[in-house]
Design a protein around this ligand. Structure first.
Ligand code: ATP
Length: 270
C-alpha cells in the first residue's frame, strides 16, 4: 500500500532524501490481546487514531496553543534511527538530546550484552540476561527484538510508553533486524497502527567504519568482525530503494547532524 494513498500530504513530515518508492504501510502490529491493549495505549499517546485498520496522525486542533518560537513545530511521530554499529547513531542522538532536552525522549532498549565502560543500567540500556529477556519476549512485552553479534536487543512497550508519559517524542535506536521486523509487522497489518519516521545512518564506507569502531575501543576482534560483517548487509539494505525514509551519510558529524535535524523538523529547525 502506498504511503501517500494513506496519508494526505499535509500530514506528512517534511523529509530530506525521501525514498518512498516502496515505503511500508503505516500499520503497527500487535499479536495478542494484551499486546494490543498495550499497543492501543502507546498509539493513543503518540496521537494516532485508527481508521479502518490504518492510522492517521492527529493534526493540531485549532484550539491547540501555537508553540512559541523558537521551538520547532512538527507532528508528533516516533522516530526510528538505525544503521551499522559505529555509524554514529549515538553521537548524533546525544547532540539532539542535548539541544532539545524537553522535546525528545529515548526509548531505552533491553540487551543481553555487557555494559561498556561508562554505561549505566537504565540509562543507555536495560541490561538483562537471556532467560529473562526470552521470557518477556514470549509474554509479548516487546515491540521488536533481534539477535545481533550474539546478543539479544529489543524495545519493550513499557520503554516506549514511559517516554510518551513524559510528553516527549519517542526516539528508537534499533538495529536493522529490529527495523525489518517492525516493518514486516507493519506490512502484515495485524492491528494497531502508527508510522514512524525511519532514518538510516551510514558511514562514508566500511573502512572508515572499522577505524571508528577501533577508535571507540569498545570491541574485541571477534565482536568487531561480527559488526563489520553485519555492516555490509545492513548497508545494502539501508541504501536500498524504499527501505527507509531518510539516509544520512555521516562523514562530517556537523553536517550529518544538520541533516538529522532537517529530517525531523523540516525547515522549522531552530
Ligand atoms: N562523523 C564522525 N567523524 C568521526 N568520528 C565519528 C563520527 N561520528 C561518530 N564518530 C565516532 O565513531 C565512533 C562510533 O560512533 P557511535 O558510538 O555514535 O556509533 P553507533 O552507531 O551509535 O554505534 P553502536 O550501534 O555500536 O552503538 C565513536 O567513537 C564516535 O565518536
Amino acid at each position: 500500500m502506498s504511503l501517500c494513498r494513506v496519508y494526505p500530504r499535509r500530514l506528512l513530515l517534511p523529509l530530506s532524501y525521501r525514498t518512498f518508492a516502496s515505503a511500508p504501510s503505516p500499520v503497527f502490529a500487535a499479536n495478542s490481546t494484551s499486546t494490543r491493549t498495550k499497543a492501543k495505549r502507546v498509539l493513543a499517546a503518540v496521537g494516532c487514531i485508527s481508521v479502518g485498520g490504518l492510522a492517521l496522525y492527529r493534526t493540531m486542533s485549532s484550539d491547540t496553543p501555537a508553540p512559541s518560537p523558537p521551538k520547532p513545530t512538527f507532528v508528533p511521530r516516533p522516530i526510528v534511527i538505525c544503521g551499522p554499529s559505529g555509524s554514529g547513531k549515538s553521537t548524533l542522538l546525544t547532540r539532539l538530546f542535548k539541544d532539545y532536552p524537553t522535546e525528545f525522549g529515548f526509548s531505552i532498549s533491553h540487551t543481553t550484552r555487557s555494559p561498556r565502560p561508562g554505561e549505566t543500567n537504565g540509562k543507555e540500556y536495560h541490561f538483562t540476561d537471556r532467560d529473562s529477556m526470552l521470557k518477556s519476549i514470549s509474554q509479548n512485552e516487546f515491540l521488536e527484538h533481534a539477535e545481533f553479534a550474539s546478543n539479544l536487543y529489543g524495545t519493550s512497550f513499557k520503554a516506549v510508553q514511559s517516554v510518551l508519559d513524559a510528553n516527549k517524542h519517542v526516539i528508537l535506536d534499533i538495529d536493522v533486524q529490529g527495523v525489518q521486523q517492525l516493518q514486516q509487522a507493519i506490512r502484515n497489518g495485524k492491528g494497531f497502527t502508527t508510522r514512524p519516521l525511519f532514518i538510516f545512518v551510514a558511514p562514508p564506507d566500511v573502512g572508515v567504519l572499522e577505524r571508528r569502531l577501533r577508535g571507540r575501543g569498545t570491541e574485541n576482534e571477534s565482536s568487531l568482525k561480527k559488526r563489520l560483517e553485519a555492516a555490509t548487509r545492513e548497508l545494502e539494505w539501508g541504501l536500498g530503494k524504499g527501505n527507509v525514509d531518510v539516509v544520512i551519510v555521516n562523514e562530517d558529524v556537523d553536517r550529518a547532524y544538520e541533516e538529522l535535524k532537517r529530517a525531523i523538523f523540516g525547515d522549522n529547525k531552530v
